[in-house]
Design a protein around this ligand. Structure first.
Ligand code: ZN
Length: 181
């Protein structure tokens, strides 16, 4: 189970039962015994950016759980009604208060164990003044040598940063697909 199990039907409020629906399905779902609604649960999308100014990358120190006090790229759950790039831009605004121009897609990672897909876009910072929101203790620029590798909040952030610096050395940015199992 990736998330808190569904307890009550979203349609009528009756307590649900986890079972394989009778329609040829192969997975257990939360099924409502009263109105027969089947609740499908699918992976969530996390979107963010790799904001760059010259040789340095912007990281945010998390003021929220999980991984309070650890460093991350600006990222968060995609919202309904926005594209992946719009979500990545919104999270960069909310967490870092940075001025930037969005760049291309850089990494797409399936985090199978937690049922998430993480996507990062490159972003070009316009200056080094930040106004971090309440989810961020501090927003700071790091050179590759300064990155606190042991204090990175999430594996997808570390994987993205390593590939970013490697591509920059190679002189060309690729789009990276990675399955984290
Ligand atoms: Zn129901």
């Amino acid at each position: 189970m990736f998330r808190t199990p569904i307890k009550h039907c979203r349609n009528c409020g009756t307590a649900v039962v986890y079972r394989i629906p009778d329609d040829g399905d192969t997975k257990e779902r939360a099924v409502c015994p009263a109105c027969a609604t089947i609740h499908y649960e699918n992976p969530l999308v996390v979107v963010g950016t790799v904001p760059v100014l010259d040789e340095r990358v912007l990281l945010c120190k998390r003021n929220i759980e999980p991984r309070w006090g650890k460093w991350t790229l600006p990222a968060g759950f995609m919202e309904l009604g926005e594209s992946t790039a719009q979500g990545a831009a919104r999270e960069t605004d909310e967490e870092a208060g940075a001025a930037y121009e969005m760049g291309g897609l850089f990494s797409v990672m399936s985090v199978v164990r937690v049922g998430q897909v993480h996507m990062f876009y490159r972003a070009q910072l316009l200056h080094d003044r930040f106004a971090p929101g309440h989810e961020t203790i501090e927003a700071r620029l790091f050179t590759e040598d300064e990155i606190p590798w042991d204090e990175i909040a999430f594996r997808t952030v570390g994987e993205t940063l390593r590939r970013f610096f490697a591509d920059r050395k190679a002189g060309a940015f690729q789009v990276h697909h990675l399955d984290i199992v």
